[in-house]
Structures are given as structure tokens and as C-alpha cells.
Design a protein around this ligand. Structure first.
Ligand SMILES: C[S@@+](CC[C@H](N)C(=O)[O-])C[C@H]1O[C@@H](n2cnc3c(N)ncnc32)[C@H](O)[C@@H]1O
Length: 329
């Protein structure tokens, strides 16, 4: 069944297409078989799922007999996951937290180290599909985009109050938007006589200056950029990679699923650095041992979903899974 027909990987970030009837699941987990094959869940192993979302990946880990500590920033996700995963409640702990704060979350539970971890970052289908969350270009809603209550600044705050220079930087860095200056000039002009309150107002304002070419809405990159900024998604990823890596037991495997190149680049570089035995720089007379090496890289190339998965769940199209194994005592 083809639930959504996306032409462009960016579309899945912003839901440029309506889900077909029968495709309104909270969230379909991507690369779930691959996650299980690499993480090798089994009875007695404790996993951290840093982004439980609709609970699909956690369910697979629990079905294999593992114990799971599951985090999410979003209380709605935790409530949904609690219901779905109720049959495994005796092996599951759900906690509202940013995975970047995984160390504090584990400390609060008295847990020193974990036998494996997964983060599947970005937004869930449910978040995208819920107009009131303000992520969607399709469904008019408040211009919010916060994943959880740990962030206070909304997308409306940024659009209405951020300096033009910072707005341009956000659109360029997080949206790779080439027309950032033109878009921001127009937004700044409009906001002198109105306040942006809804996703529809923002989408229309961007459409005033950027003509639509093809199926993708002209405001797609703007929405992506604001969402990343509002939730400090790249900052969380940097901090989270360190926090989780620091709590893995020897032999534990750590998987990260990303959905766009900004995120994947961070994960790729981090895993490469922490699994390289030697470091070399032009100014050094000879290579030096890497003091930060703690991993063996299990995926020199990221794992992508196969055609069958993409056919069944087009939102999986740009997912990439990278996995490492902790090798230090
Ligand atoms: C792609 S969904 C995860 C789907 C999940 N793996 C499943 O099987 O349903 C991403 C989830 O991560 C959460 N999230 C994103 N960034 C987060 C962060 N820094 N800390 C905790 N949760 C985060 C979102 O709220 C969302 O529920």
C-alpha cells in the first residue's frame, strides 16, 4: 500500500502530501528489521531508545525479550507509547527527556551503563499530521513547532522577533535555502504591520516571493529550518551522541537513524572519528593514535531502506541508519 506519494526527500519532512485513508498510524518505524538485526536485542540486555515516538522500534526490542528505557521530548508520544507497549510494562521505563540529557536520565534511574541504544531522530508522522503542533504546511495551525515543553521559543517567536541576520542564517544553515535574504526581507516587511500566528500565514508569505516549481511547496525549506532551530535539533544530536556513547557497555551497539543530510553528516563524522585508530594531520610528522577511539564502525556505508519498504512507507525514503559497536573496556 502506498500511503503517501513523495517525490522529493524534503517532502517527508513537511508532509506535502495527504496520507491516504488507512495510513493514519501514529508512526511507522523505519528500517525496523535492520535495527533488530544489528542491535541484536535479547533477554537481559538493557536498551536505551532515545526517541520512542510511536513505540515501534521499542516494541521490536521488547518483543525480543530486552529491557528498554524509552525517552521522548514529547509527552504525547510517551502517552501513546505507554498504551502500545503496555504488555511489556514490566520491562519498560518511559521518561520525558531530551536524549541529549540521556546521562542525567540514566542517573535518575540509577543506571550506569546500557547494552545498546537507538535514536531515530526528527519528527514523527503523528507530529507532522497534527495541525495543532504547527509542523505542517498542509494543515493550517498555530506557528509552534515545539516537540516538547523543554523548548520555550516557538516558530512564531522566531519569525516575529528574531533579527533579520539571524533569520537569514537559520534559513541558510538549517534549510539550505538559497533565497533566504529575499524571504526574510519580505517577512520583516510584513511583520512590521502584523504578527505571524499560523503556519498558513507563513506559507503564504513565502509563496509571495518564491514561485512554486514542481510539487514541492516553496516554504518547505523554511519550515524545515525553523523546526530545526526551534528544537535545537542539531545541538541535541551533537550532545546526544556524546551522552549516549559515554554510557555504552563494552560490546553495546548504538544505531542512529537520520532523515536529512545535515543530521547524517554529523553522525557520519562522529562515528568515523570515534572509530578511527589513527589520526593524521599535514602538520604532524607521523600519524598519532586516536585517544577518542571507542567504537568499531559496523556500517562503513549507511543502511538505506529497500524498495519494498519505500513502497509501503514512502516516508522512509531518505532514512539512513548508521551503527557502531563499543569496543573499549
Ligand atoms: C521519527 S520519531 C521516532 C519514531 C519511533 N522510533 C517509532 O518507532 O515510532 C522521532 C521522535 O523523536 C522525538 N525526538 C526528537 N528529538 C528528540 C530529542 N532530542 N530528545 C528526545 N526525543 C526527541 C520526537 O518527539 C518524536 O517523537
Amino acid at each position: 500500500m502506498n500511503c503517501l506519494d513523495f517525490e522529493d526527500p524534503l517532502d517527508l519532512l513537511l508532509e506535502n502530501s495527504e496520507p491516504a485513508p488507512g495510513c493514519m498510524d501514529y508512526h511507522v518505524p523505519v528500517l525496523a528489521d535492520e535495527v533488530v538485526a544489528f542491535l541484536r536485542p535479547a533477554p537481559g540486555i538493557l536498551f536505551l531508545d532515545g526517541t520512542v515516538g510511536g513505540g515501534g522500534h521499542s516494541e521490536r526490542l521488547l518483543q525480543a525479550g530486552a529491557r528498554v528505557i524509552a525517552l521522548d521530548r514529547d509527552p504525547e508520544a510517551l502517552a501513546y507509547a505507554a498504551g502500545r507497549l503496555a504488555p511489556f510494562a514490566h520491562r519498560l521505563t518511559l521518561l520525558q527527556a531530551n536524549y541529549a540529557d540521556a546521562a542525567q536520565a540514566l542517573d535518575s534511574l540509577g543506571i550506569a551503563d546500557i547494552g545498546g541504544a537507538l535514536i531515530d531522530i526528527g519528527v514523527s508522522s503523528h507530529q507532522l499530521d497534527t495541525a495543532a503542533r504547527g509542523f505542517s504546511l498542509l494543515h493550517d495551525g498555530p506557528l509552534d513547532m515545539r516537540m516538547g515543553a523543554d523548548t520555550t521559543v516557538t516558530a512564531a517567536d522566531l519569525v516575529n522577533e528574531e533579527s533579520p541576520e539571524n533569520l537569514v542564517r537559520i534559513l541558510r544553515e538549517y534549510g539550505e535555502e538559497n533565497s533566504a535574504v529575499r524571504i526574510v526581507s519580505h517577512l520583516v516587511h510584513l511583520r512590521s504591520s502584523m504578527r505571524f500566528e499560523t503556519t498558513g500565514q507563513l506559507a503564504d508569505a513565502v509563496s509571495d516571493v518564491i514561485p512554486r516549481t514542481g510539487r514541492r511547496h516553496p516554504a518547505t525549506r523554511v519550515f524545515q529550518a525553523l523546526r530545526i532551530a526551534v528544537n535545537d535539533e542539531l545541538g541535541s544530536l551533537h550532545r546526544g551522541l556524546d551522552a549516549i556513547s559515554g554510557r555504552l557497555a563494552r560490546g553495546a551497539r548504538f544505531g542512529v537513524i537520520t532523515f536529512h543530510s545535515l543530521e547524517d553528516r554529523i553522525v557520519k563524522r562522529y562515528f568515523k572519528h570515534r572509530s578511527s585508530e589513527w589520526l593524521d594531520r599535514p602538520e604532524w610528522p607521523e600519524p598519532r593514535r586516536n585517544p577518542d577511539r571507542i567504537f568499531r564502525l559496523l556500517t562503513p556505508h549507511p543502511i538505506d531502506p529497500g524498495p519494498e519498504e519505500i513502497e509501503a512507507n514512502p516516508r522512509a525514503r531518505s532514512a539512513k541508519l548508521r551503527i557502531v559497536e563499543h569496543i573499549q573496556p
